[in-house]
Design a protein around this ligand. Structure first.
Ligand code: ZN
Length: 376
């Protein structure tokens, strides 16, 4: 399902996922006892709540940007927000500060709302509003209690030490300071899986659907974090030159679609570089090639089908850097260039192969432990 772009704040795209409609409907439904105005109140409450979620994500994003980490977008889902960072924090301290900035924003909002409530309702009025919340009709007091309580909840809930939630990132960052990032990630991921199972059991017995969804999100998110750590550990320090395929087939802009398709059948490469002499002029993926061939027929030239903007890295880059470049430019490949000279393409295929073999010989070199091959 798609998403809608709401706008741009601090150079970050703000998007809302189509399923967000479900959250609005759920909010309206919860206040249906008060008729149409109740439903409107419920939906409005959801919008304000998600405005707080956006501020939470902006807290993460602005601290990340201060550390030079680009933030591509903030996506709003029915279960919360997600800030997409294109690079990982360089140090545990950076990860700690980025993670803690989100909940800190909600603490700030809650304190601000409490200050407003004190000035507006007084101490007794505040207690009255909170204690009278059950079955309270839509009103400014109800809105105030709901928003204040939600921000306290957002701060507390996000600090549960379950990766990939903020508290889990804090836990990993603190552990990293003592035992290194890889071990810290596997411990934090294990803690998260245990907590997720606990949440799931509680959700089933208490009938809380939302908590069940979040438990699944945490469980699979923790698995993804652990996998990501294994992958980047396997690719770190491996130079791109080591993974380039010297037998990769290249094409030229004047190749016809018919010839290109014939080559595609015999070569399982995910993408083909298009060269003019030694110079890279474009890249075409398997899918791009098939689609262009269907649209333009067998006699069209490849030049019409290739992507001319190709992200690139230098010959001394590591596979991790190549992967980050692919993520940052949302490209399934990155070219390796020595000045203007084309050396090869790195795709998901090369990354997966390298990750798969990186530990093959680990037990034969006890000194290097689970490190990559000895090279040079
Ligand atoms: Zn957060």
């Amino acid at each position: 399902m798609g998403s809608i772009r709401l706008g741009r704040v601090f150079g970050i795209d703000l998007k809302v996922h189509a399923t967000f409609v479900l959250a609005l409907a759920f909010g309206a439904w919860q206040w249906k006892a008060f008729g149409a105005s109740g439903a409107a109140f419920g939906a409005g409450l959801v919008v304000l709540l998600f405005a707080c979620v956006v501020l939470h994500e902006l807290g993460h994003s602005l601290v990340a940007k201060a550390f030079g980490i680009p933030v591509r977008e903030i996506m709003l889902l029915p279960i919360g927000g997600m800030a997409q960072m294109t690079r990982k924090p360089k140090t545990p301290t950076q990860e700690l500060l980025i993670a803690i900035a989100g909940p800190a924003v909600n603490v700030g909002i809650a304190l601000g709302l409490m200050g407003v409530g004190y000035g507006w309702l007084g101490r007794e009025g505040m207690v009255e509003a909170v204690s009278g919340l059950t079955n309270a009709p839509p009103s400014m007091e109800t809105l105030w209690v709901m928003l204040t309580a939600s921000n306290v909840m957002l701060a507390v809930f996000n600090m549960i030490p379950a990766l990939p939630m903020d508290g889990g990132r804090v836990l990993r960052a603190v552990l990293s300071m003592g035992i290194g990032h890889t071990k810290a990630t596997s411990i934090a991921a294990m803690v998260a899986r245990v907590l997720a199972v606990g949440m799931m059991v509680f959700a089933v017995f208490s009938g809380q659907l939302m908590l069940g969804v979040i438990a699944l999100f945490v469980f699979f998110g923790a698995n993804a974090e652990a996998r990501e750590e294994r992958l980047s550990g396997a690719l770190d320090d491996v130079p791109v030159a080591y993974a380039l395929n010297p037998h990769a087939v290249t094409l030229s802009p004047g190749t016809t679609m018919a010839d290109a398709i014939a080559l595609l059948v015999r070569n399982p490469q995910p993408a083909f570089a298009v060269l003019h002499g030694e110079r890279l002029v474009g890249v075409v993926t398997r899918r791009g090639l098939v689609e262009a061939a269907q649209a333009n027929g067998p006699f069209a030239y490849l030049a019409s089908a290739m992507q001319r903007e190709v992200p690139s890295v230098g010959p001394d880059a590591s596979l991790t850097e190549a992967r980050l470049q692919m993520n940052a430019s949302e490209s399934p490949y990155v070219a390796v260039l020595d000045e203007d000279r084309y050396l090869g393409l790195i795709t998901e295929h090369e990354l997966a192969q390298q990750a798969a073999v990186s530990n093959v010989f680990a037990r034969f070199s006890p000194r290097r432990g689970g490190d990559k091959f000895a090279r040079e």
